[in-house]
Design a protein around this ligand. Structure first.
Ligand code: GRF
Length: 211
């Protein structure tokens, strides 16, 4: 079996996507080892969740640093200390500087609660309802300096149903996120999601059974 890819999961809050990734990584054949969970907020509920699962979890508190450069440098030092090969953002609510993002180009992924390029940014479920779309969902993508703009690795769609509130719709999307993220992370770790000319190359065979 080839060695597992060493990942860090970065969180700021409850960490339900992180929990889905932890669950997936329990499977012996899953190609990823979670070497650290890092939060920029000391009060993130996901920290305890990670520790309860036996993982190393730590805080790099953004408030302790003078600016984004200093915070990113501290974060990077921790990533390097853990020998991290891929950074996995899971509800990490901190914008990173362009030089940091560029250093991790092709080695940092994110999950966004909308079908990009629709609804980048915040409050995606409210905006989807306001726009009257019939289909909504989530996207896993590589991170580039432009917010929510990086090459798309995979997406999952859910219906928008009559009477949906943002919370109800958001819960439906979140369930899809918990399936999509572990599947797409495995693809990245297996080298099945290379970036070619700014897009992710997906083998046709890999698409089967994905949607
Ligand atoms: C998710 O909806 C994710 O798509 C977005 O932030 C939320 C994080 O939720 N980036 P959780 O912390 O994983 O529960």
């Amino acid at each position: 079996m080839s060695p597992k890819l060493r990942i860090a999961i970065l969180i700021s809050g409850r960490g339900s996507n992180m929990a889905a990734l932890i669950e997936a990584a329990r499977e012996p054949a899953y190609p990823v080892e979670i070497v650290a969970v890092i939060s920029n907020r000391p009060d993130a509920a996901g920290l305890e969740r990670a520790r309860a699962a036996g993982l190393h979890a730590e805080v790099v508190d953004h408030k302790a640093y003078a600016g984004r450069e200093a915070f990113d440098a501290a974060l990077e030092a921790r990533l390097l200390a853990h020998g991290v090969e891929l950074v996995v953002l899971a509800g990490f609510l901190r914008l990173m500087t362009a030089p940091f993002v560029e250093r991790w180009a092709g080695r940092m992924i994110n999950i966004h609660p909308a079908l990009l390029p629709a609804f980048p940014g915040l409050h995606t479920h409210e905006r989807a309802l306001a726009a009257g779309v019939r289909v909504h969902g989530c996207t896993v993508h590589y991170v580039t300096p432009g917010m929510d703009e990086g090459p798309i690795i995979g997406q999952a769609a859910v219906p928008v149903l009559p009477g949906d509130s943002p919370d109800v719709l958001g819960a439906r999307v979140l369930q899809a996120e918990h399936r999509l993220y572990p599947a797409m992370l495995a693809k990245v770790a297996r080298g099945q999601a290379p970036i070619v000319d700014g897009r992710v190359m997906v083998a046709v065979g890999d698409m089967l059974g994905l949607t």
